[in-house]
Design a protein around this ligand. Sequence first.
Ligand SMILES: *Cc1c(COP(=O)(O)O)cnc(C)c1O
Length: 382
Amino acid sequence: MNNEKKIPFIDLKSQYSFLKNSIDSAIHKVLEHGIYINGPEVREFENMLSDFTSAKHAITCANGTDALSISMMALDLKANDVVFVPSFTYIASVEAISVIGAIPFFVDVKDDFNICPLSLENAINDAITLGLKPAAVIPVDLFGKPSKSEELDSIFEHWSLKVIYDAAQSFGADYKGVKLGNFGDITTTSFFPAKPLGCYGDGGAIFTNNDDLAKKIRSIKNHGMGKHKYEHVNVGVNSRLDTIQAAILIEKLKIFPDELKKRNQIAEYYNNNIKPVHRSDLTLPHTSEERCYAWAQYTVVSKNRDLIMEKLKAFGIPTVIYYPLPLNKQEAYKDSHIVSSGVKTSEDLCNKVFSLPMSPYLDQEHQDYIISCLNTILHELD
Ligand SMILES: *Cc1c(COP(=O)(O)O)cnc(C)c1O
């Protein structure tokens, strides 16, 4: 079966077929009015983002990596400031810290893939022992799970850490019914095509409820602009969302709530029907009563990962490893600070995680096929 219709890992083509008319005409409209930079669609999309998240300010920029570095510039982080970041995440989370000249400090994660509060406290104490200044933290909502928790909040507060949530994978998720974008000092996201809300190129956004920060972020992303185009009050960068991308995102955001529902239904269906038998050692992703996830990825953990992936491939089912190496082991970061208690969970996860196809357009037949193939493989392993 399924040889006729290949299962895509992330299905952007079906989404485009579904939205073709509205997206084509939105792009066409931009071509007609010709305001390719800072066109009216950009502000319209920012207003929609602000309505959707209820964050007071939503400011678009060129990509999710810029969103992080602009946020750190707005918070005045600089050389000698330590910024804590999980070692199990995408490279961009740490790259932004280095780019602004601050000091990245790697912290371990828990088995739910997000930053570990105990490890963070250890790292803060380590930094102080080393004579460094703990300044900020970037909790990453990996695979779409909000990392926001009361336990973390009390640590942030106790140590007066500035908090930037990296919500590149969790746009649309919420904590106790409050959408991400309203927590910490700043929340950033990415509209890279494969993210929960993706455009047809690069894009990003920054959310905050703080008026002064919002003003500074708007200035920094726009060459540090002051009151008018040729007055510059901050050291800035050039980081804009193209008008065409904004026009595309407007159409995609309209159907996003339905897509998010679909992702959650698929994750629940996977969770209820994949049957990890004893010795196959497969762990399904955590879920939480207090949080709605964005399910950027549906990620499972098994010591038999490589074998399971190979067998799934033979059934025509694509899987991907996010991420094969903890960031502290990357060549560029091998000399960085790591929490003294180690990043064992991150290292272990890198050897065991893999993600199954996830997309709002994954049809029932394919979901059932993936589940039945995986269950067969797990049964054979046992
Ligand atoms: C994708 C991603 C980013 C960066 O987004 P870009 O738009 O590709 O720059 C940052 N952090 C995480 C966790 C991501 O997954």
